[in-house]
Design a protein around this ligand. Sequence first.
Ligand code: CTP
Length: 405
Amino acid sequence: MAEIVLGVSGGIAAYKACELLRRLREAGHGVQVVATPNALEFIGAATFEALSGREVLSGVFEHVPEVTHVALGRRADLVVCAPATADLLARMAAGRADDLLTSTLLTARCPVLAVPAMHTEMWDHPATVDNVATLRRRGTVVLEPASGRLTGADSGPGRLPEPVEIAEFARLLLEAPGALPRDLEGRHVVVSAGGTAEPLDPVRILGNRSSGRQGYALARVAAQRGARVTLVSGTTAALEPPAAVDVVGVRTTEDMRSAVLDAGKDADVVVMAAAVADFRAAAVADFKIKKTDSDPDAIRLTRNPDILREVVAEQVPGRLVVGFAAETGDADHDVLSFGRAKLERKGCDFLVVNAVGGRTGHNAFEGADNEGWLLGADGSSVQLPMGSKAALAARVWDAVAERLA
Ligand code: CTP
């Protein structure tokens, strides 16, 4: 497992670094907390020490014989700065080395993930905007902050993304250090995720087990590659809304259809990662169906619209359309031949094919990991190796960004 330096700077969001630390430790990583003196005004060293099992380091004059200001950066596989305050970003951009954390950052040659948290005015200030641009140009991954409630009554962009999301990005950079280039800047992408729920009566629905994890990963990775993202989210497991993403919540296929077609009007890319119900009740009962006076065979179903096909049929010039397919294959066909046939039938530019059940026994729906193939309408086929759903998302965006360029 990896050796991670968790840099904590002095902002109120430092309390969320404790939860992030716990998650990184649970994933099996060794984590060295390097806190700025101001961070330790917010959170006591004892909390970090108990969670990391290591002494918290802060000053350059501690452990001098071990030359920690150089050794920590050299040893690290990843440095995560969370929260990264406006001041820390400024010191990083200037190449300062005035405390242990900035000294570590100057010696580190591994991926660096900076997770900003500050008031909106500070985030929007031209000085911070320039600092972030400088850091990104040098290869530091500076996440877009989340929007929402900040300290006090104000709200806007500047919130630290949730620890579970930061931990996902940390895993992604360990798996694929180049997974978050800013190559979708200026693009609008629409991603559908999760399942749809079709009502049978006022209390019952026809639904499916899609967790929405793959669609959420696509949305969060696109947002951090610079895109404006609309996530049309159907029914999902309990997932945190991704930072810097507009989420439109829907339930039925009809609602998903209008949300996708509407948001898709000015989109550069539409990705249908949702598990859309193929059928709905022909008529929704006004009252709860009673077992005493109804015959189960009497529930009649009717076909739902095929959203992906409708998006393709709009033929918007320059807009790319990506579909998903979960296939098991059968006695005469393998998963890929079904995938290729589906790509042609649907007419999309790319199709992500996941093998489910069958030989691999893998269930793409519920886990944190996924694998498959990315098929292109030009006949191309790229294997997507088993890894996190974020890593698979990054491979899909690689192909899309290349095509858009
Ligand atoms: N899809 C859609 N609208 C539907 C059904 C599916 O937009 N009513 C999209 C899914 O989001 C996915 C792709 O179509 O991107 C393939 O979904 P899948 O269920 O595999 O396709 P089907 O056409 O239903 O094929 P099958 O006969 O294998 O179920």
